[in-house]
Design a protein around this ligand. Structure first.
Ligand SMILES: [Zn+2]
Length: 414
C-alpha cells in the first residue's frame, strides 16, 4: 500500500464530518491536485470520547461510497505503541508508531557499537544536495545518535513486526512519529534515525520529527519562522539523500503534526516541497470539531445554546480538560471571556471569536484552545449534541469545507 505524494490527515471526533472533509478533497481534485485523505484518531481521543476505531472506519467508508471517491484513502491509528496497537488492528490501514517516549533510553552497548560500525562510511565531509553547508561527521556523532535514538527505533521495529504478523505484508502504511518530545531532532540526527529504521527494515512512508517552535493545537505556529524553514528544507534534503543511501521507500516524506492552522509556516512548506518535488503529509489536529461549534453557533437558537453551554462547562472544568494536552496548548486564562458574558453573545460574535481569522478583531486564541480540548463536554451531551450536528448539517459542512480547503489545502498543496 503506497501513500501518494500529497496527503492530509483529518480528524473527525464525532464521526459526522467525513463527507464534508471528503468534499474539500474532491474540490482540490477538481482544481487539479490529488490529495489522499487520511482520517486520524489517537487512542487518547478515543478514550476521552469513548469511541472505537470501527466507528471512524464505518463513517469514512460510507462517505467514500456516497461521494464515489475512487482514489486511495486511509484510517490512521494515530500515536500508537505496543500497549494500544491491538485496538486498531481491524479498522486501520495506516499506523503512526509513536516512539517519542523511548528517545534517550539506551540500547545494548553491542548494538550501539555495531550501528556505529555499519555507518562508519559517513565519517568525513558530507556534501548533501540542498544543505547550505557541508557537514562534518565523526564516529562520536554517530555514537551519540545511536545512544539517543536506536532503542526508540528498535521499539518501532517491534510494533511494526507485530502489525506485520496480524495484518500481512503490504496491507498498511507506516508512519514513525517523534514529535511529542521536548528537543527537536537535528537534520543529521534524522539521517541516522533513518539509517536505524532501514536496518530495522521498517518500510516507513512518513516520518514526523519534532521541529523547533511551538505546534500548539488548533492555533498558529509560535517560533522563528526562518529557523523552521531552514530546518524543514534540510529535513527534506536529508530524506531525499537517505532514501537513496538506505534504500528506503521512494515516497518517504515528512509528516507535520498538529499541522492545522500553522498559517505562518505554510508558505515555506509549500515552497520547499515544490523546490524538491517532494511530498508532504499534513496532519491536522482535530480542529474540525471547532467548525462544528462555529456552525452550531451561527445557527443561533438551540445550536448557539449548545455552543454556549459547552464553553461554560469547559471553563469550569479547565484543569481536567487541559491536563492531557498541557504540552500542546498555551492558554492565557486571564484572556478567557467570562461565561456569563458569552451567554449574552450573538451567534456571530461566538463564531468570530472562535474562527481562526487573525484579521478579525474578535478572534481569541485562548477561547479557541480551551474549546479545542473541550470536546469531552460535547461527547457527554450525547444525543443532544449529535442530533444538533444532524439538524444543522448543511451550515456545519460549509464551515468544515471552507476551513479545510481555503485555509489549509490551498496553501500547502497548490
Ligand atoms: Zn503528533
Amino acid at each position: 500500500m503506497e501513500l501518494t505524494k500529497y496527503s492530509i490527515g483529518v480528524g473527525d471526533r464525532f464521526a459526522h464530518q467525513a463527507k464534508a472533509q471528503l468534499l474539500a478533497i474532491i474540490k482540490a481534485e477538481d482544481a487539479g491536485v490529488l490529495i489522499t485523505p487520511v482520517w486520524n484518531k489517537s487512542f487518547r481521543e478515543h478514550q476521552i470520547i469513548k469511541s472505537r476505531p470501527g466507528e471512524t472506519r464505518r463513517e469514512v467508508d460510507s462517505a467514500v461510497k456516497s461521494l464515489k471517491w475512487k482514489h486511495p484513502y486511509f484510517v490512521d491509528a494515530d500515536h500508537v505503541g505496543f500497549k494500544t496497537i491491538d485496538h486498531f488492528i481491524n479498522s486501520c490501514d495506516f499506523y503512526t508508531l509513536d516512539v517519542a517516549d523511548f528517545i534517550g533510553k539506551k540500547t545494548d552497548d553491542q548494538k550501539i557499537k555495531s550501528f556505529v560500525y555499519k555507518n562508519r562510511s559517513f565519517c568525513g565531509t558530507l556534501d548533501i544536495p540542498g544543505l547550505t553547508e557541508k557537514v562534518e561527521i565523526n564516529e562520536t556523532m554517530i555514537f551519540k545518535a545511536a545512544e539517543k535514538f536506536l532503542f526508540a527505533v528498535e521499539e518501532a521495529g517491534k510494533v511494526y513486526r507485530h502489525l506485520l504478523e496480524k495484518k500481512g505484508n503490504n496491507n498498511f502504511v507506516v508512519e514513525i512519529s517523534m514529535d511529542e518530545t521536548d528537543d527537536p531532532q537535528t537534520p543529521i540526527e534524522l539521517l541516522f534515525i533513518l539509517s536505524a529504521i532501514a536496518y530495522e527494515e521498517i518500510p516507513v512512508q512518513t516520518i514526523a520529527p519534532k521541529f523547533s517552535g511551538r505546534f500548539n493545537k488548533g492555533v498558529d505556529y509560535v517560533g522563528d519562522v526562518a529557523k523552521f524553514s531552514k530546518e524543514f528544507e534540510e529535513d527534506v534534503a536529508i530524506i531525499k539523500y537517505a532514501v537513496e543511501k538506505f534504500h528506503l521507500p521512494k515516497n518517504l516524506k515528512l509528516s507535520v503534526h498538529s499541522g492545522s492552522d500553522k498559517f505562518s509556516i505554510y508558505k515555506s512548506i509549500n515552497t520547499t516541497i515544490k523546490k524538491y518535488d517532494a511530498g508532504v503529509h499534513l496532519k491536522t489536529a482535530g480542529t474540525t470539531w471547532l467548525e462544528e461549534l462555529i456552525g452550531l453557533a451561527s445557527c443561533e437558537g438551540e445550536g448557539l445554546q449548545i455552543a454556549k453551554e459547552i464553553y461554560r462547562i469547559a471553563y469550569d472544568r479547565y484543569d481536567e480538560l487541559c491536563g492531557p494536552y498541557k504540552t500542546v496548548i498555551d492558554i492565557d486564562k486571564k484572556k478567557l471571556p467570562d461565561p456569563k458574558q458569552v451567554d449574552i453573545w450573538s451567534g456571530e460574535k461566538y463564531a468570530s471569536t472562535l474562527r481562526h481569522n487573525k484579521s478579525n478583531k474578535e478572534y481569541n486564541l485562548n477561547f479557541r484552545q480551551l474549546l479545542h480540548v473541550g470536546y469531552k463536554v460535547a461527547s457527554e451531551m450525547g444525543d443532544r449534541y449529535l442530533n444538533a450536528l444532524d439538524k444543522y448539517e448543511d451550515i456545519i459542512a460549509k464551515n468544515v469545507i471552507e476551513n479545510l480547503y481555503d485555509r489549509h489545502i490551498k496553501k500547502i498543496y497548490f
